[in-house]
Ligand binder design. Structure first.
Ligand code: HAX
Length: 440
């Protein structure tokens, strides 16, 4: 693993020195102002974090180290004869800022395959849970069970110097990413396939091996998983899963503790669980209408009913984006290539035509366009992965790439404990009435 690790430390420590220099000169430069609305309403738009791995533009969507999703699909290495990017390549890009060669990507695949062994007590911990436990809960508990393996926790107990923290954090990152597909597949086969588990195939790339352990050998499905694992990996630092992982990591909780915390955030319906909710919403609509291909008029009426019932239309809206999510578009491109005649996929596209004007007409929804979760479930269903409760676990396996890469950067940067200031409404009122001079 020397190659990536040494190159990462060189790049990250160079950047760390530049930041120290920058802060010496500009540390007191004022960046922005904060309004009361921002304090009360989810801190939207407040710049308070540095995340190197990706950057989200509200109009353009996500860029990973400057590369848009269509660019990644084209530039990142593929398997021989394939068209979809290998997520190993994205991980390299997030760690080093450079598009890797085929050989570098194959090296990461081989390292992750070598490190993928999961101790039996992790499976025992999963087995101790009732089978009906939500897969995301099982996933989070399994990551926690695996925490005994943390090299960072061990090194900290043994008195590691601050300047060396990044090293065991890097090792934990590589070990965790290597093992997550095995854990996720175990949960899937336990819950939905009567515990008929499939052993890993170390000759396959990370995504194809994941597909294999889930029980899907179709090359189209493997390509889908490569794309899925790439586009879900990162969405800059402020989203709930990334921010939580970063925040918990700032207490020097090890990568296992930090990632499990991030996964608990991803499990919320306004975040990653939306991929499950989208499919449930469509299937409920189809059941009510007794059809598998509702007309646009029927969809429009169902959207109106959803809003009237005080519910959100899952898969639509975003806290930052103000246009169609390029991750949705990338999946649409894939769908057109591989499964354009699938009725559920067509329904997703019909919903895309119907929903934005209705949401816009409410006058209060800032982004009426679809996000990543509006599309993903329909593609998975096309290949026979029918169990939508599992979809957020797949998202979680991918998201680990970005949030753990960022955790490595955090530790080279020696970011301190994160601790923003909160206020009370009583204090705010006093300040507005000029009874106190500031909110500090
Ligand atoms: N359907 C109905 N109402 C919606 C809506 C939607 N899809 N999106 C936003 N709204 C509502 C909000 O609930 C809010 O209503 P109230 O004023 O009554 O509270 C109002 O519109 C303003 O919200 P906003 O400022 O436009 O959106 P937020 O930044 O507050 O929220 C959300 C962003 C993603 C949480 C929101 O759009 C939503 O709930 N969408 C549906 C769930 C979803 O798809 N989540 C996945 C997001 C992407 C992601 O993280 N994936 O993992």
């Amino acid at each position: 693993m020397g190659q990536l690790k040494e190159a990462f430390y060189e790049v990250a420590s160079k950047s760390s020195i530049e930041i120290k220099e920058m802060l010496k000169t500009h540390g007191d430069t004022v960046v922005d102002t904060v309004t009361l609305s921002q304090i009360y309403q989810g801190m939207r738009g407040i710049i308070g974090l540095v995340t190197e791995t990706s950057l989200l533009d509200s109009e353009e969507g996500i860029r990973f180290r400057g590369h848009s999703i269509p660019e990644l699909v084209e530039k990142l290495p593929h398997i021989e004869g394939g068209t979809q990017p290998l997520p190993e390549g994205l991980f390299h890009l997030m760690m080093l800022g450079e598009v890797p060669t085929q050989e570098q990507v194959e090296h990461i695949s081989a390292v992750w395959a070598r490190r993928s062994h999961v101790p039996n007590y992790v499976f025992d911990a999963i087995e101790a849970l009732p089978v009906h436990t939500h897969p995301m809960t099982q996933f989070s508990i399994a990551i926690m069970a695996l925490q005994t393996e943390s090299l960072f926790a061990k090194a900290y107990n043994e008195g590691i110097s601050k300047k060396d923290y990044w090293d065991p954090i890097f090792e934990d990152t590589m070990n965790l990413i290597a093992r997550l597909p095995r854990i996720a597949a175990y949960i899937y086969r336990r819950k939905y396939k009567n515990g008929d588990h499939i052993q890993p195939n170390g000759m396959l790339d990370w995504s194809a091996n994941f597909a294999h352990m889930l029980g899907y050998e179709d090359e189209g499905f493997r390509e889908l998983i490569r794309l899925y694992m790439t586009i879900h990996a990162d969405h800059e630092g402020g989203n709930v899963s990334a921010h939580t992982t970063h925040l918990v990591g700032s207490a020097l909780s090890d990568p296992y503790l930090s990632l499990a915390a991030g996964m608990n955030g991803l499990a919320g319906p306004l975040h990653g669980l939306a991929n499950q909710e989208v499919i449930r919403w469509i299937e409920e609509m189809n059941r009510e209408l007794d059809t598998d291909l509702p007309t646009k008029e029927q969809i429009a009426a169902y959207v109106e009913k959803t809003l009237k019932d005080g519910k959100v239309v899952p898969g639509y809206g975003h806290a930052v984006l103000r246009k169609t999510d390029p991750r949705f578009e990338a999946q649409q491109v894939f769908g057109k290539q591989y499964c354009a005649d699938d009725k559920l996929v067509q329904t997703v596209w019909n919903i895309y035509e119907v929903v934005p004007p209705i949401l816009s007409a409410t006058g209060k929804i800032k982004n009426p366009w679809p996000n990543v979760d509006a599309h993903s479930g329909a593609l998975l269903k096309h290949y026979g992965l029918m169990e939508e409760d599992f979809y957020t676990v797949m998202f979680g396996v991918s998201r680990a790439l970005g949030v753990l890469a960022s955790l490595c950067w955090d530790r080279v940067y020696a970011f301190p404990l994160e601790r923003p200031k909160s206020v009370t409404t009583h204090q705010v009122k006093q300040w507005l009435n000029k009874e106190i001079p500031t909110l500090e």
